[in-house]
Design a protein around this ligand. Structure first.
Ligand code: ANZ
Length: 784
């Protein structure tokens, strides 16, 4: 990969390279664990976790996608009970939420984090439980209901005082519509098995095992439940409502208990209908504005009523405000060889003992056997397992779980500042250099790496290690490069390149084959080896093509054909420059003083103002908007102006425009411009200009002359449709609206940067120079 980067002319400071799997690095990942452990933010608990049956390891919630699949193996995750290590990211829920406001991130990424943190403001109510086991024990069937009269007349003959049951609701105004309560099969109340009949406990067991074996995929149709035999007293009315154990109540949310309001909640209604729970009383008017059937609260608006009910419950001691977050603690245990070993010992006498900092790193054992199944490979190395907690007669064993590798990446950016420090995780200079000004990364990390890194940075800030709370001030979430895939409709099998031959002749898609654009991958045979394209078109063509093809935040469809257009454009810039150089050289030979005919003020003025517009636009594209495609199209406009004003070739204004073009293009096409710059320097003397020292990349950035006619800097988004289908959104300077330049630039974008002659559709015309008259492209364009 380094070789590929080098051939593209991408430069990194390799002195700062770090490897998160080297003991020199993970020593500090383990140090981070110990900091969290000391503050009670790293802890172990028995939990129902996501189990990846292919990778044979657990996964954090963030690592299971919407379909319930592992982010790594793609397998459907299962639920299992295991003793696991967690980081208490929930402690930072509010901070992580409010911190988002300070960040210059794409709104979509902020929204994803906001929803993942999932703040819900509501209330809790405590319902006193009554034991009516003897009197109201329903028949043993799990779908049975309490006798219809019993909910309104709970027994007062309970043998022992029972606790109250706390529910969490976001709709406190519906309190008077409650006609059952439901607890999750994991509710701690069910640990008091003496309160429940054997048949109830057997059904609960069944529910638990169903929950632990089904995939994490949420099956919304499951509403299994069993009447617990207990009743709860409505805190305001005193009437009794039956308490159910139901699997639609989630065990890791709220209080693991809900108040069922069938009139206003679809899940509750389905449950009530299945368990014949009546009556269903509406307590909010049909227009949703006011409260009805709720005693003294009837007639109040929903907002007022909701407040009064909570306040009244609060003053009477059975309710109050409550805020809940959907965010769960970060499960960091992995049963794999990769990742840093969790630095704790399990001592028979002393329990969990952290490894002292001085003994870090706890190095992964070597020579382990990888079986791909069974327990962690670390647990097979007896010698490694033996540890010493420091107490006499100790008998300790090392923790065999390793840390999720996302822990490594949640702080690496701090280490870059001084990656070879031996005695500290990161240098004091982080205070000066952090936060990262612009962080570029894929949007797939919106709720993974980007959330974890924020959490760790907030934590280190709170511990006084950092002066900033947020790691990445600005975020550019780049799109993906997609390649064309060819898939058999019948079996879904991807075709290899050699199998596709001939098929493209049949209009790219036929009865047997489906063609689409997908993320590049070896298994889909749609990857492109950068070295092949670089060899054929040159590094600069590939670089500028990639920047031009799509704004960085959009996916880009790789089309090798379209690169040719970019090669042609760079060729045009080359030709324009050399035409100018030749004119100057000829003049130099003829004799100085023999001035070239002046083209006139107007032509020159046009070139000067086009040059300054390009400076302004390209600078803004680079520094503010990151719209590199716009920067390239601006340079294309400048080159068009220079082509139209060729008669000025050899003049100082033309020279200065070419030099500026070179400087502006240099970060994108450093190799070509290095040559052009040198050639332009060669004729400076002829033009009576002083020679500039140094190569193109060591020159100062050109400055825009503000006094020249100002160009609007705003960009407008153009939706590009091809044959009625949205193909791209291009961000272009607003001054292009209604101009011929617009169609030229957009069409360039659509056909891949240039003058591909009649690609694909049988050569209907030339899209190179006069696109607006090109039949083929007109047909392709539809702007909104
Ligand atoms: C009564 C009610 C009436 C509710 C109504 C909703 C509508 P969010 O917004 O997602 O926070 N709930 C509370 N804890 C739950 C759990 N552990 N498992 C499943 N459901 C739970 O949702 C909050 C609502 O989800 C709460 O408000 C509660 O049902 C339910 F017309 O209480 B509600």
């Amino acid at each position: 990969m380094r070789g590929q980067m080098a051939s593209l002319g991408l430069h990194f400071n390799w002195d700062r390279e770090l490897s998160t799997c080297s003991p020199e690095y993970y020593k500090w990942t383990q140090w981070l664990f110990l900091q969290l452990f000391r503050r009670g933010l790293a802890y172990q608990k028995q939990a129902l976790v996501n189990w990846d049956p292919v990778d044979k390891t657990v996964l954090a919630n963030e690592q299971v996608d919407d379909e319930g699949r592992s982010w790594r193996s793609g397998a459907l995750a299962e639920k299992r009970y295991l003793l696991q290590w967690f980081f208490k990211i929930t402690h930072y829920a509010e901070q992580l939420l409010s911190g988002l406001e300070t960040l210059e991130w794409p709104a979509s990424v902020k929204l994803m984090q906001t929803e993942w943190i999932g703040k819900s403001e509501g209330a809790f109510f405590d319902f006193q439980l009554r034991n009516t086991l003897e009197h109201h024990h329903p028949s043993s069937s799990s779908s049975s209901s309490p006798s219809s009269s019993s909910p309104s007349s709970p027994s007062s003959s309970s043998s022992s005082p029972l606790p109250s049951l706390r529910v969490f609701t976001t709709r406190p105004e519906t309190l008077f519509g409650v006609n059952f309560l439901a607890v999750s099969p994991e509710h701690p109340l069910l640990l008091k098995t003496e309160l429940f009949s054997e048949s109830v406990m057997a059904t609960v067991e069944e529910m638990r095992s169903r929950l632990s074996h089904h995939s994490t995929n949420n099956d919304s149709s499951s509403k299994h439940g069993v009447f617990s035999g207990l009743y709860a007293v409505h805190p305001f009315t005193g009437s009794g409502v039956p308490v159910y154990v139901a699997d639609y109540v989630v065990s890791d949310y709220g209080t693991k208990a809900v108040m069922g309001v069938p009139a206003h909640d679809a899940r509750d209604l389905q449950f009530a209908a299945e368990h014949r729970l009546l009556p269903v009383t509406e307590v909010v008017s049909s227009d949703g504005l006011s409260i009805i059937n709720s005693y003294q609260f009837s007639g109040l608006s929903v907002e007022e009523g909701s407040k009064s009910i909570v306040n009244s419950a609060h003053s009477q001691g059975f309710g109050g405000h409550m805020t809940q977050y959907k965010l769960r603690d970060w499960l960091i245990s992995r049963q794999r060889y990769w990742g840093a070993p969790i630095p704790v010992l399990h001592c028979r006498k002393c329990g969990v003992v952290p490894v002292p900092e001085t003994q870090l790193p706890v190095i992964l054992p070597t020579g382990v056997e990888f079986k791909g199944r069974g327990p962690s490979p670390l647990s097979q190395d007896e010698a490694w397992l033996r540890g010493d907690c420091g107490k006499p007669g100790c008998c300790a064993r090392r923790e065999t779980d390793t840390m999720d590798t996302f822990v490594d990446s949640s702080w690496y950016f701090l280490r870059f500042i001084d990656p070879h420090l031996n005695d500290k995780p990161f240098s004091e200079a982080v205070r000066r250099w952090m936060p990262v000004d612009l962080y570029v990364g894929g949007v797939e990390h919106a709720i993974l790496h980007l959330l974890y890194a924020r959490f760790i940075t907030h934590f280190l800030h709170d511990q006084g290690f950092l002066s900033h709370k947020e790691p990445f001030q600005k975020l550019l979430a780049q799109g993906m490069v997609q390649g064309k895939t060819y898939r058999l409709r019948s079996s879904g099998r991807y075709l290899r390149p050699e199998e596709r031959e001939g098929r493209e002749m049949v209009g790219n898609e036929d009865d047997e084959v489906r063609v689409s654009w997908e993320k590049m991958s070896k298994s889909k045979y749609n990857g492109v080896d950068p070295e092949d394209v670089i060899r054929e078109y040159g590094a600069d063509t590939v670089r500028v093509f990639m920047l031009f093809k799509a704004p960085p935040e959009l996916d880009m469809q790789w089309d090798t054909q379209a690169i040719r257009g970019m090669l042609r454009w760079l060729g045009r810039v080359w030709t324009l420059t050399h035409e100018h150089v030749k004119v100057c050289q000829r003049r130099g030979e003829r004799e100085e003083g023999e001035e070239k005919e002046e083209e006139g003020e107007e032509g020159e003025q046009k070139i000067v103002s086009a040059t300054h517009r390009a400076i302004q636009e390209v600078t803004a594209s680079f520094t503010e908007r990151h719209t590199f495609n716009v920067a390239v199209s601006e340079l294309m406009i400048l080159s068009n102006t220079l082509r139209d004003g060729r008669s000025l070739s050899g003049s100082p204004a033309y020279h200065s425009a070419l030099e500026t073009l070179c400087l502006l293009l240099a970060p994108m096409a450093p190799h070509v411009t290095a040559h052009l710059w040198e050639d332009l320097q060669g004729v400076r003397r002829v033009l009576g200009l002083p020679i500039i020292k140094g190569d193109v990349l060591s020159q100062p950035w050109p400055q825009c002359d503000e006094s020249l006619p100002n160009r609007p800097t705003d960009t407008v988004e153009f939706v590009l449709q091809v044959n009625g289908r949205k193909r791209a959104v291009l961000s272009l300077p607003s001054h292009l609206v209604d101009s011929e330049d617009l169609s030229r630039e957009v069409v360039r974008g659509a056909v891949g940067g240039g003058s591909d002659r009649g690609r694909g559709r049988g050569g209907e015309g030339d899209c190179g120079t006069s696109q607006t008259h090109c039949k083929h492209c007109h047909q392709m364009m539809s702007l909104r």
